[in-house]
Every structure is written in structure tokens, then in C-alpha cells.
Design a protein around this ligand. Structure first.
Ligand SMILES: [Zn+2]
Ligand SMILES: [Zn+2]
Ligand SMILES: [Zn+2]
Length: 467
């Protein structure tokens, strides 16, 4: 039996088959690292979902990729959760067998997690990389589920941890991953969304091209062969007979005397008669009306990892911003940075009257930022890279880890000088982003003194802990 941990809302029920039991109320996700699989049990489905989201959102690959199982009293289908889980197991007499049956699956996933970690880029925890790693470690496709509970009519359960199922950014992210050839897609459906609120709950109707009313009367058009007259069927009505209004002949046999080539519309509001109605859509969600041409369309596809995507699961993804920054600023490897930092710690120990500082700059959701910036990415990222270059002197040292975390060693600069500078840097980095994005990017800076007390590893750890 594998080492398995249970997260439960009923910790008082004891350990049973589990190596350890954590209460949902006091959950330390770091603890999950030491186990091969995590089982979750809670009466409230929303709490289960929150917990799963928390795990997927964690920065450590040994937490966010961990095999996850739901423990339930009786089997019930929840497709939203199922896409995020590795299995649902029913409690009871057969629990031990059910868990044993998953052993091969659990080992397979953990082996893949180890392989990815061994490749040395596990610290890239951008959403894109997490999704690639999830698909790779599970051997799964990213499949859309049709659902009336989704605003779009479809959702991707495996993405629910990173985006709410109401978030249109899901499509932007998928488009980005497809454009970068990390995923390949197979067409499943094309959806039409309200251009005000992105709801797929639309009522399409034919309307009067003149006054936009949907109150239309539809009549068959009648064509009298003998005289060639064509008009709405109402023109031919005479008590119980059908009589041509032009030549006064009674029409008897369809196909012989006359035919009905098409229909004609009459607007009940403005009485306009026309053959080609306009089409618009009333959004049931927000009540706004749009013409059919203005609706947002998205292709719903089923996605699979490409060979490029599989490689990126190991190597992390190449972010445009990182490439641009590396051209503007001399970004050292983390190991070199640590060596220089250690030398600086020793130097400060020896010459007591000098002070340097170390700063961490977190820039989260870089892949989302890149996706949303689209073609503006190059120029916006260049602007930010230049801002950063402006704040870094030749003697300062810069490194990065995991795409989203940048470390600066400011030589001979005491903490009190650095803090003001970093506040200004943060504002200057945020400005071009907030000007070009529909959401506020999360950028945080933390600075610590290099005072000779802590060594490089401790300093970096303390910075990471403070995030
Ligand atoms: Zn009308
Ligand atoms: Zn006629
Ligand atoms: Zn709407």
C-alpha cells in the first residue's frame, strides 16, 4: 500500500487505512509533499472544490501535481470535479481493495512527477506549464464538457482550478497554447456568445429590418403560373376560395395552377413586408440585444499535447518577457547568483561598515499577461525590461527562477535606500501593464538586508517565505 494522506471534514473518525489525517479546517498543503496520493472527503462539494483548487494553485510540483482522489459515501457524478481528480472512491467494505486498484495509476503519476522534477525546471509554475504537466502526468486530453451550468455552454474541467468556469480568459489561454504549438485541437463545436456578457444563453430571432420588432407574421408566397402573379397567400384569400388577385382565376391544384416558392414576412408593428428578415439575438442573461454578426464566436476544441507541449512539460515554457529581459539585463544563473551573494555575505562580515540588500520581485500570471497583450507584448515587455535595466547598476546582480520570480542583489545599498527605489520600480512596471490589460497584474517586491548574519541560501529562503 502506498503512503496516502486523508484530508477530511471528520478527522475525529481516525486514520484507518491512511498514513496521516489532516483536518480540512487547519490545512497545511506543504504536508502533502511527503505522500504518494491525497484523498479528500467532505460533505460539502464546494469545500472539496476549494481544497482541490488550493492544491492545484500551489507553487510546488510535489503538491500541485499530486494524485488526488475523492472519497464519497455513494457514487455520484460531478463532472466539474471529476476532471480535476484522478478518481472517486466509495467508502465502505471494499475501500482497501478500491485504493489498491489505484496503485498502478498512483505510481505512474508519481514516476512522471519525479521525471519532470529531475529535468531541473520544476520551479516554472506558470499556469501554462502546470496545465501541460497535468496532461502529461495523467496521459489525458483536455476535453470540453457541455453543460447548462457553464456561461459558455461548455467548460474544461481540468482548467477549473486556474480559471472560474465563467472566465472568458480560458479561451485566450487555449488559443495561446495552440498558437505556441503546445496543444493541438480537434474541432467539436462553435459557440456564439453575447458581446456584452459572454453568455451563450441566447435567443436568436428573425426581426423586421426596418423597426427591429420580432413580432413577424409569416405568409407563404404564392405564384400563379398562368398570369405570373406572385404575392402573399393572404392576397389570394376570398372566403373559402383561393383566387388570383390579378387575373381572378381560382387556384385549385398546387404544382399545376400555382406553387409556393418561398415565404414572405410582414411586420406586425410597422406593417413592412419583406422576404429577408434580419436576425438578432436576445441575451437571456443580461437582456441586451445584439445583431448576429456582432456576437463573439469561439471554437470549442478537444486538445491534446503536442511533442512540443510534452517537451515544455519538462523544460518549462519560454516566456517572451524573459527573453526580452535577458537581452536588456545581464541575468545570471541562480547558482552564480548564490555564489556572488555568498561572497558578499563574507565581505560584509569582514568589513562591518558596508551594507547591501537583496530584493525579490514577483510577477505572477506572466503567461496570462502575455496572452492578453497579444501583439502588444513585444513593445510592452520591452518597456518593462528597460525600466528594470534603469534600476540596475553594473555592479548589481540579477537572477530569475521559474519565470515569475526575479532576484536582485544591490551591492553597497542599504535596505532603507532600496525600499523606496523598489516602490518606484514596482509602479513603473505596473503602469504599462495596467494600461494594456483588463485585469490588475499582481506584482510584489520584498527586500531584506544582507548584513552578514544569514548566508545566501537562508536569505533566498527568507525572501521566498515572505511572498
Ligand atoms: Zn417593423
Ligand atoms: Zn393570376
Ligand atoms: Zn449578455
Amino acid at each position: 500500500m502506498e503512503k496516502i494522506i486523508l484530508i477530511t471534514d471528520k478527522p475525529e473518525q481516525g486514520k484507518g487505512l491512511f498514513s496521516r489525517v489532516l483536518s480540512l479546517d487547519s490545512l497545511d498543503l506543504e504536508a502533502l509533499k511527503d505522500f504518494e496520493a491525497v484523498f479528500i472527503e467532505a460533505a460539502d462539494a464546494a469545500r472539496v472544490e476549494d481544497t482541490v483548487r488550493g492544491i492545484k494553485d500551489h507553487h510546488d510540483i510535489n503538491v500541485y501535481l499530486k494524485p488526488l482522489f475523492l472519497l464519497v459515501k455513494e457514487q455520484a457524478k460531478d463532472e466539474r470535479l471529476a476532471g480535476l481528480l484522478d478518481g472517486t472512491i466509495v467508502k465502505g467494505n471494499t475501500l482497501e481493495e478500491s485504493i489498491k486498484a489505484e496503485t498502478g495509476n498512483i505510481r505512474g503519476i508519481n514516476k512522471k512527477i519525479q521525471d519532470i522534477a529531475a529535468a531541473g525546471h520544476a520551479d516554472d509554475n506558470s499556469i501554462t506549464t502546470k496545465i501541460l504537466r497535468y496532461l502529461f502526468s495523467r496521459g489525458r486530453k483536455l476535453s470540453p464538457i457541455r453543460s447548462v451550468r457553464s456561461r459558455f455552454g461548455y467548460f474544461f474541467p481540468a482548467l477549473n482550478a486556474y480559471h472560474s468556469k465563467e472566465d472568458i480568459q480560458v479561451f485566450t489561454l487555449l488559443d495561446f497554447m495552440k498558437k505556441e504549438q503546445l496543444l493541438s485541437g480537434v474541432f467539436r463545436d462553435r459557440i456564439h456568445l453575447c458581446n456584452y456578457c459572454n453568455s451563450a444563453f441566447l435567443n436568436f430571432r428573425e426581426t423586421c429590418p426596418l423597426c427591429k420588432s420580432a413580432d413577424l407574421i409569416v405568409n407563404d408566397l404564392v405564384h400563379h403560373f398562368v398570369c405570373g402573379y406572385t404575392g402573399p397567400e393572404t392576397d389570394f384569400r376570398q372566403e373559402n376560395r383561393t383566387v388570383c388577385p390579378k387575373c381572378r382565376t381560382e387556384l385549385k391544384h398546387i404544382g399545376v395552377d400555382f406553387d409556393r416558392p418561398s415565404v414572405v414576412y410582414e411586420c406586425a408593428e410597422c406593417k413592412e413586408v419583406f422576404q429577408e428578415p434580419a436576425v438578432d439575438s436576445l441575451c437571456i442573461a443580461c437582456g441586451k440585444t445584439s445583431s448576429a454578426d456582432d456576437l463573439v464566436t469561439e471554437d470549442i476544441e478537444e486538445y491534446d499535447l503536442t511533442s512540443l507541449g510534452r517537451n515544455a512539460a519538462f523544460s518549462g515554457i519560454d516566456m517572451l518577457f524573459v527573453n526580452i529581459l535577458k537581452k536588456e539585463v545581464n541575468v545570471l544563473s541562480l547558482d552564480t547568483f548564490k555564489e556572488i551573494l555568498n561572497l558578499e555575505v563574507l565581505r560584509i562580515k569582514r568589513y562591518k561598515n558596508v551594507a547591501s540588500s537583496i530584493t525579490a520581485l514577483h510577477m505572477d500570471n506572466l503567461d496570462r499577461i502575455q496572452t492578453e497583450l497579444g501583439s502588444k507584448g513585444q513593445s510592452v515587455f520591452m518597456e518593462i525590461a528597460k525600466v528594470i535595466r534603469g534600476y540596475v547598476r553594473e555592479t548589481d546582480v540579477v537572477t530569475m527562477t521559474g519565470n515569475s520570480l526575479y532576484l536582485f542583489l544591490f551591492i553597497e545599498t542599504p535596505l532603507e535606500n532600496v525600499q523606496g527605489v523598489m516602490d518606484r520600480l514596482k509602479k513603473s512596471v505596473e503602469k504599462p501593464l495596467t494600461d494594456n490589460l483588463n485585469f490588475s497584474p499582481s506584482i510584489r517586491t520584498i527586500s531584506l538586508p544582507v548584513d552578514g548574519k544569514a548566508d545566501a541560501a537562508e536569505l533566498i529562503n527568507n525572501l521566498l517565505k515572505a511572498r
